[in-house]
Design a protein around this ligand. Structure first.
Ligand SMILES: NC(=O)c1ccc[n+]([C@@H]2O[C@H](COP(=O)([O-])OP(=O)(O)OC[C@H]3O[C@@H](n4cnc5c(N)ncnc54)[C@H](OP(=O)(O)O)[C@@H]3O)[C@@H](O)[C@H]2O)c1
Length: 245
């Protein structure tokens, strides 16, 4: 049985490929953060394992022969736990992860380490900010109430800065609609995560065309494991590992 640690479009794409093949048997794991997760084509379990030790126990108890860590580039803990648990149990591990976006000519990026640094980088002067860092990062912006925030999240946030306008939506987004939104809301600066991939890149392209600055949170370092950046490549790895057993 293959375990896919998911919560991303890459994990869902791999789940679809494995479901189409019908083998090897695989199980998808989600953290349970999203209120209405998209339906998945593979058997799915939801919720944490209880740290690296809990995950190692899960691998042993369920006869997991290989793990694909297809979690989001910013999901640092689960990736570290997967690396530890796989090392402890001798389970082959592959990281399926999109590459971070790279600046293109015309981009005006400020790259920062975390949400607190992004909030500081907005400066003292009041600005109109498009904020798409995920609902759990919003508390870092609460002290900087001089700005007008347009916030887009998948699920409703628990806290919102004053003067914030909320949009609940999930990608993929297209450049034409993103450009129209930035213009309509008179956005002066975008704050987002460098999540990589196509689904949320449109705002970056729109910012370039409109000559808007972007403050980007850098993704954490990758775990040191074999890695690929497409679901197809991950499928090939899974098939190879399964054939060798
Ligand atoms: N961070 C983001 O910006 C972002 C964006 C889009 C999607 N996601 C997805 O949302 C999930 C949570 O993200 P996060 O940043 O909160 O992760 P995180 O900080 O790395 O993980 C926190 C804890 O959540 C549990 N967990 C995370 N992913 C899991 C999975 N796929 N299956 C089972 N348990 C999981 C683990 O709990 P235990 O220690 O109890 O096992 C982990 O220690 C991830 O699966 C990620 O792929 C994250």
């Amino acid at each position: 049985m293959i375990l896919i640690l998911g919560g991303t479009s890459e994990a869902s794409a791999l789940a679809r490929l494995l479901a189409q093949r019908g083998k090897p048997p695989a199980l998808l794991s989600l953290a349970g953060r999203t209120l209405k997760p998209a339906p998945q084509p593979l058997p799915t379990r939801i919720g944490g394992f209880g740290g690296a030790t809990g995950l190692a126990d899960f691998l042993k108890a369920n006869g997991i022969s290989a793990v694909v860590d297809a979690t989001h580039p910013f999901a640092e803990k689960i990736s570290a736990n997967a690396a530890l648990a796989c090392a402890e149990t001798g389970t082959p591990l592959l990281v399926l992860r999109r590459r971070p976006w790279q600046p293109q000519p015309g981009d005006a990026w400020t790259q920062v380490e975390d949400a607190a640094a992004a909030a500081l980088a907005l400066g003292k002067k009041a600005r109109r900010v498009f904020l798409t860092v995920g609902r759990l990062e919003l508390p870092a912006f609460l002290p900087y109430s001089q700005h007008r925030y347009l916030i887009r999240t998948v699920d409703p946030p628990e806290v919102l800065p004053p003067k914030a306008k909320l949009i609940l939506d999930r990608g993929p987004f297209d450049e034409k609609a993103e450009t129209a939104l930035l213009l309509k809301e008179k956005i002066e600066v975008i704050v987002t995560k460098n999540s990589g991939g196509d689904a949320t890149y449109a705002k970056i392209a729109a910012a370039r065309a409109l000559e808007l600055p972007v403050i980007l949170l850098r993704a954490p370092d990758w775990p040191s494991a074999a890695s690929v950046d497409t679901a197809q490549a991950a499928l090939e790895w899974v098939e190879k590992v399964s054939a060798g057993r």
